[in-house]
Every structure is written in C-alpha cells, then in structure tokens.
Design a binder for this molecule. Sequence first.
Ligand SMILES: [Zn+2]
Length: 463
Amino acid sequence: MRLDLTIINGTLVDEHGSRVVDLGVSGGRVAQVAMAGSLPSDPTTEVIDAKGLWVLPGFVDPHVHCRAPDHPEREDFASGTAAAAAAGITTILEMPIADVGVSRPAILEARRALAERDAYVDFGLYGACGSLDPETIHGLARAGACAFKIFTLNVPPARRASFEGITITREDDLYRALSIVAETGLVCAVHAENDALLQIGRERAQRLQLTGADAFLSAHPQAAEAMAVAWVAILAEATGARVHLVHMTSAWALDFVRLAKRRGVALSAETCPHYLLFDEETARTYGRWAKIAPPMRSAADRDALWAALDDGTLDILASDHAPFLPHEKELEDILAIPSGLPNLEAFTPLMLSAAHDGRLAMSKMVGLMSARPARLYGLYPRKGTLQPGSDADLVLYDPHLSSVIDTTTWHSRSRGSAKIFHGLPYRGRITRTIVRGRTVYQDGQLLGSRGWGQMVRPEPVRP
Ligand SMILES: [Zn+2]
C-alpha cells in the first residue's frame, strides 16, 4: 500500500503504555504501526521525523459548547474547533444549547450544516430528549445525534430559549425520557443538580446577603449534586439507559456513582480540569471569574476526584469548555452571571503536565482523554486510538519543553474570561495536531482549513 505520510521514530504513548514506532498513514487512516526503522520509504511520501517526540492519539472531548448560531461573539464552530486543534483535540462533541436548543431533528440538521462549513476538527452533535416525544427523540438519533443531554434543573429566564427541550426537573419525566433514549442505544449525558435544593441554596444566599464566591457556593450546595446523582443512578438502573454524569465535583456524589457501578448499572461519569486543579479557595480568590456550575469544592473533594480517576469511578475527562465574554462575567449580581469558563486550550496541556508531575500515570491520563471517551460514545476504534484502520488523528508532543499558559494567544473568542488559567506553568507542549492525515495546527499556527471537520456518528449499543 502506498503511504501518504509516515511519522517515524516517535514514541507512541497510549492507554497501554509507550513504545517507539513508525506510523504509516494512507487515505487519512492509519495503515501501519511498525517497529521503528521498518517502514518502506517512497520519494512521494511525506515523512515527519518524530525522534524525541511523543505521538499521542488525537484527543476526544465529549463536553464542548460552541455557541453557534446564537452567540458567535462568544464562540462559533470555527473559533471553538480552532481552539480544539491547538489543544490536540481532534474530535469534539458539541452540547445542544443554542437558541433554540437542539431538541428537534431539523435543528440538529441546521447545526450540522454550520459545523460542516466551519469546523477545523471532527465533531459530533448532541440532541436533547426533554420533548419526551418518542418520534422526536428517535428522529434526532436518525439525524445523527452522537448522544443526548439533559439538565435536571431550570435555567434563568434569560437563557430559557437556549435550553428549550434540554431541562427535566421531575423524576417521572426523566424516567420517560431515559426509557425512550434506551431504545436508541445512545448515551444520555446528564447535568445532575437537584432543582429544588438549588432553589433552597439561592434563597439561603439571598437571606444571608452573601456576596462573591460565598453566594454562588451557597447557591450550589453539594447536597443538590449528590441528590440528583442518586436519583439519576436509580432511573438509569430502572430504564436500562446508558447514562453519563457530566462534571462530577464532590466525594459525596462519587459515592453514589460507586454504588451504582457495583450494582452493574450502565452509568459513567466525568470530571473536568478546573475541579482537579483548583478548589473553593480559587473560587474565593477569583470570584466571578471562577463562577461555574457546579462550583469548585473543597481540597478534600479535589483529592477524591484524583483518586476516582485512578480507581475507575470516573471514566473520562472532558473540558466543559463554556465560553462567555468578559463583560458577561462582570454583572453586578453574581448569581445572575452565567456559569462556565473557556478552557479548551488549558485542558490538555494542564492535564498532561499533571501526569508529568505524577498525579496519574501518563498512559492512564492519555486514555482518559482519547480511547475511553471514544469507547463510551461509540466512536472507538475509528477515534481515540492509533491502530490500523483508525482515523489518522494524532498529536505530536514534546515532553522536554515547558511553558506558561498565555490566554492572549488563544483561539477562543472568550479568552479574556479565562483568568484562572492565565500564567499557569506547565510541562510538555503540543507541537502538532493532525486530523485524518492532515496537519491542522503546528507550533502555534492554525494550518487547517474551515470545513475540514466531519461529523462523526456513534455505533449505538442496544441492550
Ligand atoms: Zn457543559
């Protein structure tokens, strides 16, 4: 077979460990993974000598908000996927929040057209199952939804249209939605905070006239998360749906995830870099700039998250890249400030650096950001791994360089809101990102073209 590209002498690091290999690419896919020095060379083959570099499978980030079409000033598919490319993320799964929410097939198709026009990396699109209508939910699956998303809480009036069909606060409604999702074989991702307990938290913050971080920490009590995780786990078991809990933050909630897993429930869970790197002290220091939901918790919770990544209670890592512009974070009333941070360009550098520092084995860290999310979302082995037949999505990484996060160079349009990351040192650097055999990012430069990204469709798992 004629090879278009070979990457020689690189150290392939994946979930299984590391070895020095030559990698041959043909037609955008991995054709061969061979012992270093053994691939035939042909004058027409492009050769990248990766001696001294690591070759990593392209990362799969299943929790990204792009903001198109309603808020392109925050981010759109072009800027969001450019940020992903710079972070070695070759596939994003995009959340269904947009004006209006992706709760009907026609909205998903319009979203797909936008992403196909603008994306630099591959993408999947979530649908929402809050309509509780079987025809609509199956229609979303047929239209190519990569998964479903539900919030177990109500959102402020200003964001209601964007969340149309994405929120379910009643247990019986969630039972109905998960029963239909189970028939599709797709995953349902759930933002788990109990709406009634959030309301009590907000009332408490107002009654005590709390300000700054104390107000939003109070407005998102740990009990709200643990309560929602417990009932979501029960409903996952009752319906047989494959349920994924996004952004876990606390030891309390993790105990319910463990219990469900022991019972054999098809429940998975993720956490995000900000919960692993920071805690409520950061929330207090940065106030509005650290306002996310759920909020950062105690140092003990942070340590419990690291332990849960190691013992398998947490299945994957995701960014929860949620861009808002600085002026949107500067509202007077801190409880009215939208929750979320842009972080794609901090996520992978800081997580790989943490592995360098010994927080987790490097092979495990790489797997948590590649093979594991690809498997969970039915994209493996096309994505998340470098084996013959897989898409040639890969990252070249120089483990010897070190640097500091400089948010002024980010591709994200909301870079000005990423204050908690600015100036953080990290070890190792992503030097090149390749999507289906084509370089889309190299040494700080975006080299890909808009529209190169293709939609990925999962392999459903039916019971
Ligand atoms: Zn999110």
